[in-house]
Design a protein around this ligand. Structure first.
Ligand code: ZN
Ligand code: ZN
Ligand code: ZN
Length: 520
């Protein structure tokens, strides 16, 4: 059975029975993802509590803004390629549950609303998604890894769910939800935030932090208009906490027992219209005069008609408006991270700046083709969990010499962090020692001379191979290899035959190769 959700990697829905069920429910509600790197975050005006610069790329990574990255009221899920696969179901679960709001809601209402809205996605992450999840040999059956990331577990999970389930996780998940709901009830009775804690998770204090960051926005006229005009009944906005709690339980039974869950009202274009309306409201907040009257009309049209045709007309009308008045360019306002009418959707300038921060020489090698090539990449960029520069290098395959530069620069930019095995187990090998590439060394092979100092477009044809890794001191080490040794690494057959023995020995001493078998 294959479920497809726009903007996600299909394989990630198959990792556990719970993830698959979430994806099925999400498909019934026509949910979809925006791509985090393709979406331009519009600055939040100071009057709405905007306190930080919009995020930007650094060394190939687009960091999430610290305080206001996530909005419970945005019903489009986020796909961030630098996050792990567990996020897919978590994000979809958020949208299925929705959020709580009513006119004139107090900060305490918002805290309890944020708490309830986070509850099931977190229970899914730590418990329900663990039942039937394939993990690596070292971590099988042990449950979530919390902070400790495991590449092997990620790879195993992509092979699909296990045949067997582990009822323990389901029981623990239900118990977790019960405890949290009891704590919410007690908090409501006593008029104080009385959280319960599980390991490092404290949903109540997370909810307080959420309201601390979002309060000005949640109490603004903008938010009042957004929530009162742009949501159908049953479309994810819950007017009281009991309704939100009931929805949490409804979606939980849907995930755990396969019970029926009402799809979100309104369909795909209600979510698109909401997203655009919110962005136009942000623009409106900083606009005056005739332009503001026109913008106001566009927002009202999105409220009254949440269809594809209406979205398309609003996009076209904003284009025209931005010609007549000084307004943010449509390329920015409509850079939502998913496809929109009239060719909008991707923050191409943001992608270019991200590539500049990771692989400047590759962009230089593209010369005048840069805009056309990145534009094409933006349209075809696959939804996979790899950093931007690596995806771009793959996209460029065959377009030399830019592809060689991109591959090399991506490897340097995202060199694996040093593993402790390096220092613990490095040896000066003697004849009989079988060696393998260290887990924190990355082989990169290119077709052009990436060390060429002049115009990269003129780099001569010359196959080169390197090992790249982050050094303990933080800088990146690049080790040129003989082609013979590079072939051996690629074939996973690193035997110290005479031709490479000396090269291998010196690299092994530096911990780039480790013994296959640790001697006692
Ligand atoms: Zn698909
Ligand atoms: Zn969450
Ligand atoms: Zn593992």
């Amino acid at each position: 059975m294959n479920v497809h959700i726009e903007g996600a990697d299909d394989v990630e829905h198959l990792r556990s029975p719970a993830a698959l069920r979430v994806a099925e429910l999400a498909a019934e509600s026509e949910l979809f993802f925006f791509h985090f790197e393709h979406r331009l975050e519009l600055p939040l005006p100071e009057s709405l509590g905007g306190i930080e610069e919009p995020r930007g790329f650094e060394a190939g990574i687009l960091r999430e803004s610290k305080y206001q990255a996530f909005r419970h009221d945005l019903l489009v899920a986020s796909f961030n390629p630098t996050h792990r696969a567990k996020w897919t179901a978590h994000e979809l679960c958020h949208v299925l549950v929705g959020f709580g709001h009513r006119s004139g809601a107090t900060p305490f209402f918002h805290v309890l609303g944020a708490w309830l809205a986070e509850l099931l996605p977190v229970a899914l992450w730590y418990f329900f998604d663990e039942s039937g999840l394939r993990r690596c040999a070292r971590h099988a059956g042990q449950g979530p890894r919390f902070r400790a990331h495991c590449e092997d577990c990620e790879r195993e999970a992509r092979r699909g769910a296990l045949e067997t389930r582990d009822a323990k996780f389901v029981e623990e998940g239900r118990a977790f939800v019960d405890r949290e709901l009891a704590a919410v009830a007690r908090s409501r009775r006593e008029g104080r935030v009385l959280g319960s804690r599980f390991a490092t998770i404290d949903l109540a204090s997370d909810a307080v932090a959420y309201v601390a960051s979002h309060r000005a926005r949640l109490e603004s006229e903008l938010f009042e208009r957004f929530t009162s005009e742009h949501f159908s009944p049953g479309g994810g906005l819950h007017g009281d906490l009991d309704a939100l709690e009931a929805r949490v339980l409804e979606v939980m039974e849907g995930i755990v027992r396969g019970a029926a869950v009402r799809p979100l009202a309104g369909g795909r274009y209600e979510r698109v219209a909401q997203d655009l309306a919110y962005r136009l409201l942000l623009v409106l907040e900083e606009t005056e005069g005739d332009a503001s009257r026109e913008l106001d009309r566009l927002v009202s049209r999105l409220a009254g008609d949440r269809t594809e045709a209406s979205v398309e007309r609003v996009v076209a009308d904003y284009e025209a408006l931005a010609e007549d008045y000084v307004l943010p360019p449509p390329e920015d306002v409509f850079a939502v991270g998913y496809e929109l009418p009239r060719g909008y959707g991707s923050a191409v300038a943001q992608l270019v700046s991200g590539l500049h921060s990771a692989c400047p020489r590759a962009l230089e090698a593209l010369g005048d083709d840069l805009d056309a090539v990145v534009g094409e990449f933006a349209r075809r960029d696959p939804r996979i969990r790899r950093p931007l520069a690596h995806r771009f290098a793959e996209f460029l395959a065959g377009r030399e010499p830019a592809a060689s530069f991109a591959r090399f620069e991506a490897a340097v930019c995202h060199a694996p962090r040093p593993s402790p095995e390096r220092r613990a187990f490095a040896i000066a090998p003697s004849d009989g020692d079988a060696l393998e590439l260290a887990p924190d060394a990355h082989l990169v092979r290119v077709a052009h001379d990436v060390e060429h100092e002049g115009d990269p477009a003129d780099a001569p044809d010359r196959p080169r191979s390197y090992l790249v890794r982050a050094e303990d001191e933080g800088e990146v080490g690049v080790y040129a290899l003989s082609e013979r040794l590079a072939d051996a690494i690629q074939d996973r057959d690193v035997a110290p035959v005479p031709a490479i023995a000396e090269e291998l020995a010196s690299l092994a001493e530096a911990g780039l190769f480790l013994p296959k078998r640790l001697a006692l």
